[in-house]
Design a protein. Structure first.
Length: 404
């Protein structure tokens, strides 16, 4: 074979690049990106995965540019803030590669990954409240928008159940420990602001179907005239306030859910549960967290998964349960996306008194019926949010760069 023929044989051509981060706790990105790679391929894309935990990943990206990159894809804005050259030019501007940042986490947790303003960067959020916060506090010529996440998970069914119990898979920071840490580490003014917000959020979550935490916090800042927390006064403190209380409420909801289920068999996986375990029901078992790649069997318990969603939308754990044909109970509030969600009421709960135990009792009394309703919802979700529509949206945005 002559040299030109060899070159043609190995040419990869235009492709999509996925940026991976293999050092995350429980390594979720590697699993997400392995499956999204197959979805991209099913939509006709050539795909390259680049590990950003390696220091030379920008060089590897640059090597792919001559043959053509349609766009790069990254979760949570990882890699978006990289700059090159003496002038600190954005890597994405320098390489003229469109970057799709799909954010599942709230912007307050890692503001640096939400800052990039460039015609080559698109900030896409899975939840409307995160997009609103981003558009309010990160000035850009092009606004952030929301994107519907399709069913990403693809793994062969295990075709078996794993035991007669519910499963909670969640790392937490015990709220009592968090309050003590605040008292020890921050000044009195900041501590008082944190505790005031924590008390308000605990009360609201117990009596309302859904609470948009960051709207609550903004209202408190305005009502109490906490001028030192105004974003124009100290944006770093403002982000930190929202981030701390968001994490606090996630853990509070998780502890509240497990505590409410003393009469039910539950297996809890994850870190941070030591204090809860000390006074837990004998029906509760506590296990270490598992890497996502090694945890598929968690979705095969007979009574299903209990998922405490960190936001309004469906969390990835619930989506994975759906992909495995498993039963689940989720605290997501999907009324905006599914006007007919009421017919799936047995799958969703809020934190009102007795609500979760009642839903668990129904699932325990009829586990096969519970799984069947979950499968029906999974089919509806897949038909409404298909991966081809997701890829078409990314294609459209990438092609719009030249029009900006």
């Amino acid at each position: 074979m002559v040299a030109s023929q060899k070159g043609a044989a190995i040419r990869q051509g235009m492709r999509v690049v996925i940026l991976n981060w293999g050092r995350g706790e429980n390594d979720p990105f590697s699993v997400f990106n392995a499956t999204i790679r197959e979805h991209f391929r099913a939509c006709g894309k050539n795909v390259e995965v680049i590990e950003t935990a390696s220091d030379d990943w920008p060089r590897r990206l640059a090597e792919l540019v001559p043959e053509g990159i349609e766009f790069a894809f990254t979760w949570q804005g990882l890699g978006s803030h990289v700059k090159v050259g003496d002038k600190g030019t954005s890597l994405w501007e320098h390489l003229t590669v469109p970057l799709m940042c799909v954010h599942g986490d709230h912007p307050s947790h890692m503001p640096l990954n939400h800052l990039l303003e460039s015609r080559y960067c698109f900030h896409l959020y899975t939840n409307a409240d995160s997009a609103r916060y981003s558009n309010r506090h990160f000035r850009r010529a092009r606004g952030a928008s929301i994107i519907d996440i399709p069913q990403l998970h693809r793994e062969p069914s295990l075709e078996r159940t794993a035991g007669d119990y519910f499963v909670v898979a969640k790392n937490i920071a015990d709220p009592i420990d968090t309050e003590r840490l605040w008292k020890d580490k921050v000044d009195e003014r900041t501590f008082d602001a944190y505790m005031m917000a924590a008390e308000a959020l605990r009360g609201r979550i117990a009596r309302e179907p859904y609470v948009e935490i960051h709207d609550v916090l903004d209202d408190l800042i305005a009502e109490r005239d906490l001028d030192w927390l105004y974003p124009e006064a100290n944006i770093a403190a403002y982000h930190q306030y929202h981030s701390q209380l968001d994490h606090y409420l996630r853990s509070h909801k998780s502890v509240a859910a497990v505590t409410a289920l003393r009469e039910f068999p539950v297996r809890i996986y994850g870190r941070g549960w030591e204090r809860v375990a000390q006074s837990a029901s004998a029906l509760h078992a506590f296990e270490p967290g598992r890497n996502m790649a090694d945890s598929q069997d968690l979705y095969y318990s007979r009574f299903g998964l209990i998922d405490i969603s960190p936001s309004k939308g469906l969390h990835d754990r619930a989506r994975r349960a759906m992909a495995n044909g498993a039963g689940f109970l989720s605290s997501a509030n999907l009324e905006d996306s599914f006007p007919d969600i009421g017919r799936f009421d047995r799958l969703f709960f809020s934190f009102g008194t007795h609500e979760l135990p009642e839903k668990c009792a129904t699932a325990l009394g009829d586990p096969d019926g519970h799984r069947e309703v979950a499968r029906q919802f999974a089919n509806l979700y897949h038909s409404r949010f298909h991966f081809k529509d997701f890829v078409n949206r990314l294609d459209f945005l990438a092609k719009s760069v030249g029009e900006f």
